[in-house]
Design a protein around this ligand. Sequence first.
Ligand SMILES: [Zn+2]
Length: 187
Amino acid sequence: MAKTKDRRPKTQAQLTTSKQPRSRIGYGFDSHEFRPGIPLKIGGISLQHDRGLGGHSDGDVLLHAITDALLGAIAGPDIGALFPPSDPKWKGADSVIFLQQALKRVREAGYSVGNIDASLILAAPKIGPHAMKIRARVAELLGISSDCVGLKAKTPEGLKLENAAIAHVVVLLEKIAARKNRAHRNR
Ligand SMILES: [Zn+2]
């Protein structure tokens, strides 16, 4: 049997001195329950609907999944650790704040966002008519163009999750210095 001795996690000092990868991938997942009588916000956009998403902050399931994908890509603490739902400060908070904080950490780590791809799973309302607006807003928040924001919406076929909204997001980060060097070499 192979020895596992050499597979111990690196110390913090080893981690900080190790060479940073040129790109990093991140993945985020979130779900919220629909509740009557509250506004619905998805991707930073207010949508007309008879129910909104309850729970943490303004319940923006898409921005939460993007925030977690950004934090995951730099192996940072997750959204729940940074903005605990138990802290009354975040009750009803605009989820744009969470995304901006995650983006700040991404930039401090030396990365910028390349592109993201998201899947929304919800029975209603239909996302199609609002997709362009949501993509534009998410792109604006991330400092990328709309054609770098993928957004698919699906209904929860066979999942019996008619009262939930779910978001899955993957994000690709690119090292800022690496990109500059590449541009320099291409001159
Ligand atoms: Zn959430």
